[in-house]
Ligand binder design. Structure first.
Ligand SMILES: NC(=O)c1ccc[n+]([C@@H]2O[C@H](COP(=O)([O-])OP(=O)(O)OC[C@H]3O[C@@H](n4cnc5c(N)ncnc54)[C@H](OP(=O)(O)O)[C@@H]3O)[C@@H](O)[C@H]2O)c1
Length: 186
Protein backbone atom coordinates (compact mmCIF):
# COMPACT_ATOMS: atom_id res chain seq x y z
CA UNK A 1 0.00 0.00 0.00
CA UNK A 2 2.95 2.31 0.59
CA UNK A 3 5.30 3.44 -2.13
CA UNK A 4 8.84 4.12 -0.84
CA UNK A 5 11.07 6.69 -2.59
CA UNK A 6 14.55 7.86 -1.54
CA UNK A 7 16.07 11.31 -2.20
CA UNK A 8 19.64 12.54 -1.83
CA UNK A 9 22.27 14.72 -3.46
CA UNK A 10 25.84 13.47 -3.32
CA UNK A 11 29.27 14.71 -4.37
CA UNK A 12 31.29 13.07 -7.14
CA UNK A 13 32.87 10.83 -4.48
CA UNK A 14 29.51 9.73 -3.03
CA UNK A 15 29.36 11.95 0.06
CA UNK A 16 26.18 13.59 1.39
CA UNK A 17 27.98 15.75 3.94
CA UNK A 18 31.51 16.98 4.67
CA UNK A 19 33.99 15.69 7.24
CA UNK A 20 32.16 17.67 9.95
CA UNK A 21 28.94 15.77 9.07
CA UNK A 22 27.44 19.00 7.74
CA UNK A 23 25.92 19.41 4.28
CA UNK A 24 28.08 22.23 2.82
CA UNK A 25 26.77 25.05 0.61
CA UNK A 26 28.80 23.68 -2.31
CA UNK A 27 26.35 20.70 -2.37
CA UNK A 28 23.30 23.00 -2.56
CA UNK A 29 21.90 23.94 -6.00
CA UNK A 30 18.67 25.81 -6.78
CA UNK A 31 17.57 23.23 -9.38
CA UNK A 32 18.04 20.34 -6.98
CA UNK A 33 16.39 22.22 -4.09
CA UNK A 34 13.36 22.89 -6.31
CA UNK A 35 13.19 19.23 -7.40
CA UNK A 36 13.47 18.03 -3.78
CA UNK A 37 10.93 20.54 -2.47
CA UNK A 38 8.34 19.59 -5.10
CA UNK A 39 8.85 15.88 -4.41
CA UNK A 40 8.33 16.37 -0.67
CA UNK A 41 5.19 18.44 -1.32
CA UNK A 42 3.75 15.38 -3.13
CA UNK A 43 4.79 12.87 -0.44
CA UNK A 44 2.34 11.68 2.22
CA UNK A 45 5.04 10.99 4.80
CA UNK A 46 8.74 11.81 5.27
CA UNK A 47 11.26 9.70 7.19
CA UNK A 48 14.61 10.98 8.47
CA UNK A 49 17.17 10.89 11.25
CA UNK A 50 17.48 13.67 13.78
CA UNK A 51 19.99 15.71 11.73
CA UNK A 52 18.39 15.38 8.29
CA UNK A 53 15.35 17.66 8.57
CA UNK A 54 14.79 19.23 5.12
CA UNK A 55 14.20 22.74 6.51
CA UNK A 56 11.95 24.09 3.75
CA UNK A 57 9.09 26.63 3.90
CA UNK A 58 6.46 23.84 3.71
CA UNK A 59 8.17 21.65 6.32
CA UNK A 60 5.67 22.45 9.11
CA UNK A 61 2.83 21.11 6.90
CA UNK A 62 4.42 17.70 6.37
CA UNK A 63 3.85 14.49 8.31
CA UNK A 64 7.15 12.93 9.30
CA UNK A 65 8.73 10.06 11.19
CA UNK A 66 11.95 10.93 13.03
CA UNK A 67 14.28 8.01 13.66
CA UNK A 68 15.74 8.12 17.18
CA UNK A 69 16.94 5.90 20.01
CA UNK A 70 15.32 8.29 22.48
CA UNK A 71 11.96 6.42 22.56
CA UNK A 72 11.02 2.83 23.41
CA UNK A 73 9.14 2.07 20.18
CA UNK A 74 6.92 4.74 18.69
CA UNK A 75 5.71 7.94 20.28
CA UNK A 76 4.25 11.24 19.25
CA UNK A 77 6.72 14.12 19.20
CA UNK A 78 5.83 16.59 21.96
CA UNK A 79 7.43 19.41 19.95
CA UNK A 80 5.65 18.77 16.62
CA UNK A 81 2.05 17.50 16.22
CA UNK A 82 2.86 16.24 12.70
CA UNK A 83 5.87 14.17 13.82
CA UNK A 84 6.20 10.62 15.12
CA UNK A 85 9.33 9.43 16.92
CA UNK A 86 10.41 5.90 15.95
CA UNK A 87 13.08 3.56 17.31
CA UNK A 88 13.53 0.86 14.63
CA UNK A 89 15.14 -1.57 17.09
CA UNK A 90 11.96 -1.56 19.17
CA UNK A 91 9.08 -1.37 16.67
CA UNK A 92 8.44 -2.17 13.01
CA UNK A 93 8.11 0.62 10.44
CA UNK A 94 4.40 -0.21 10.05
CA UNK A 95 3.82 0.68 13.71
CA UNK A 96 5.36 4.10 13.11
CA UNK A 97 3.16 4.58 10.02
CA UNK A 98 0.11 3.62 12.10
CA UNK A 99 1.05 6.21 14.71
CA UNK A 100 1.48 8.79 11.93
CA UNK A 101 -1.92 7.81 10.50
CA UNK A 102 -0.50 7.05 7.04
CA UNK A 103 -1.52 3.74 5.44
CA UNK A 104 -1.23 4.47 1.72
CA UNK A 105 0.53 6.87 -0.63
CA UNK A 106 4.20 7.77 -0.93
CA UNK A 107 6.84 7.76 1.78
CA UNK A 108 9.94 9.87 1.11
CA UNK A 109 13.15 8.66 2.80
CA UNK A 110 15.56 11.60 3.09
CA UNK A 111 18.52 10.36 5.20
CA UNK A 112 20.96 10.25 6.84
CA UNK A 113 23.08 7.28 5.84
CA UNK A 114 21.76 4.83 8.46
CA UNK A 115 18.18 5.63 7.49
CA UNK A 116 18.99 5.24 3.77
CA UNK A 117 20.58 1.82 4.47
CA UNK A 118 17.56 0.74 6.52
CA UNK A 119 15.23 1.00 3.51
CA UNK A 120 17.63 -0.31 0.86
CA UNK A 121 15.50 -3.32 -0.04
CA UNK A 122 12.22 -1.40 0.05
CA UNK A 123 12.77 1.48 -2.37
CA UNK A 124 10.44 1.59 -5.35
CA UNK A 125 12.57 4.44 -6.71
CA UNK A 126 15.72 6.05 -5.34
CA UNK A 127 16.25 9.56 -6.79
CA UNK A 128 20.03 10.04 -6.80
CA UNK A 129 21.22 13.58 -7.53
CA UNK A 130 24.93 14.02 -8.11
CA UNK A 131 27.20 17.06 -8.34
CA UNK A 132 30.14 15.92 -10.51
CA UNK A 133 32.34 18.95 -9.79
CA UNK A 134 32.14 18.68 -5.97
CA UNK A 135 34.44 16.41 -3.96
CA UNK A 136 34.21 16.01 -0.19
CA UNK A 137 37.29 14.04 0.91
CA UNK A 138 36.81 12.42 4.31
CA UNK A 139 33.11 13.28 4.14
CA UNK A 140 30.07 11.30 5.24
CA UNK A 141 29.19 8.58 2.70
CA UNK A 142 25.59 8.33 1.50
CA UNK A 143 25.47 4.55 2.14
CA UNK A 144 27.60 2.41 4.44
CA UNK A 145 29.26 0.65 1.46
CA UNK A 146 30.66 3.92 0.02
CA UNK A 147 33.51 4.62 -0.95
CA UNK A 148 34.44 0.93 -1.41
CA UNK A 149 31.58 0.86 -3.90
CA UNK A 150 29.93 3.76 -5.69
CA UNK A 151 26.35 4.71 -4.73
CA UNK A 152 25.30 3.48 -8.19
CA UNK A 153 26.91 0.05 -7.64
CA UNK A 154 25.11 -0.29 -4.30
CA UNK A 155 21.72 0.63 -5.74
CA UNK A 156 22.23 -1.85 -8.61
CA UNK A 157 23.23 -4.58 -6.15
CA UNK A 158 19.93 -4.05 -4.36
CA UNK A 159 17.81 -4.64 -7.46
CA UNK A 160 17.44 -1.07 -8.73
CA UNK A 161 18.15 0.03 -12.30
CA UNK A 162 18.97 3.52 -13.59
CA UNK A 163 16.37 5.37 -15.64
CA UNK A 164 16.88 8.48 -17.70
CA UNK A 165 18.76 11.29 -15.93
CA UNK A 166 17.38 14.82 -15.77
CA UNK A 167 19.57 17.92 -15.76
CA UNK A 168 19.03 20.07 -12.64
CA UNK A 169 21.92 22.56 -13.03
CA UNK A 170 23.46 22.99 -16.46
CA UNK A 171 26.47 25.07 -15.36
CA UNK A 172 27.49 22.60 -12.65
CA UNK A 173 26.37 19.45 -14.48
CA UNK A 174 24.08 18.35 -11.64
CA UNK A 175 21.70 15.58 -12.68
CA UNK A 176 19.11 13.46 -10.92
CA UNK A 177 18.73 9.81 -11.89
CA UNK A 178 15.76 7.66 -10.87
CA UNK A 179 16.88 4.17 -9.79
CA UNK A 180 13.78 1.99 -10.12
CA UNK A 181 13.18 -1.47 -8.73
CA UNK A 182 13.35 -4.12 -11.40
CA UNK A 183 10.24 -6.33 -11.26
CA UNK A 184 11.03 -9.90 -10.16
CA UNK A 185 10.27 -12.56 -12.75
CA UNK A 186 9.08 -15.92 -11.42
N1 LIG B 1 23.10 15.66 0.77
C1 LIG B 1 21.89 15.28 1.13
O1 LIG B 1 20.98 15.16 0.29
C2 LIG B 1 21.63 14.96 2.57
C3 LIG B 1 20.55 14.14 2.92
C4 LIG B 1 20.36 13.85 4.26
C5 LIG B 1 21.23 14.34 5.21
N2 LIG B 1 22.27 15.13 4.81
C6 LIG B 1 23.22 15.66 5.78
O2 LIG B 1 23.96 14.56 6.29
C7 LIG B 1 24.16 14.71 7.67
C8 LIG B 1 23.46 13.53 8.33
O3 LIG B 1 23.67 13.53 9.67
P1 LIG B 1 23.72 12.19 10.55
O4 LIG B 1 24.75 11.27 10.04
O5 LIG B 1 23.83 12.62 11.95
O6 LIG B 1 22.38 11.41 10.22
P2 LIG B 1 20.86 11.50 10.73
O7 LIG B 1 20.29 10.17 10.35
O8 LIG B 1 20.18 12.68 10.21
O9 LIG B 1 20.87 11.67 12.30
C9 LIG B 1 21.48 10.74 13.16
C10 LIG B 1 20.51 10.53 14.30
O10 LIG B 1 19.43 9.72 13.85
C11 LIG B 1 19.12 8.77 14.85
N3 LIG B 1 19.45 7.44 14.37
C12 LIG B 1 20.35 7.13 13.41
N4 LIG B 1 20.41 5.80 13.30
C13 LIG B 1 19.53 5.28 14.16
C14 LIG B 1 19.13 3.97 14.51
N5 LIG B 1 19.65 2.88 13.92
N6 LIG B 1 18.20 3.80 15.46
C15 LIG B 1 17.64 4.87 16.06
N7 LIG B 1 17.99 6.14 15.78
C16 LIG B 1 18.92 6.33 14.86
C17 LIG B 1 19.93 9.10 16.07
O11 LIG B 1 19.14 10.01 16.81
P3 LIG B 1 19.18 10.06 18.43
O12 LIG B 1 20.51 10.66 18.73
O13 LIG B 1 18.00 10.91 18.76
O14 LIG B 1 19.04 8.65 18.90
C18 LIG B 1 21.14 9.80 15.47
O15 LIG B 1 21.72 10.73 16.33
C19 LIG B 1 23.56 16.08 8.05
O16 LIG B 1 24.55 17.07 7.94
C20 LIG B 1 22.55 16.32 6.94
O17 LIG B 1 22.34 17.69 6.66
C21 LIG B 1 22.48 15.45 3.52
Amino acid sequence: MLRVDGYVIVSADGMLANADRVMPDELKFEGDKRFFNEALDRADLIVHGRHSHEDQPNSPLRKRIIVTRAVGGVASDPSNPKATLWNPAQAPFEAACDQAGVHSGTVAIIGGPVVFDMFMDRYDTFWLSQAPKVRLPGGEPVFSGVPRHSPQEILAAHGLRAGESRLLDAAEGVVVTPWRRVPQTS
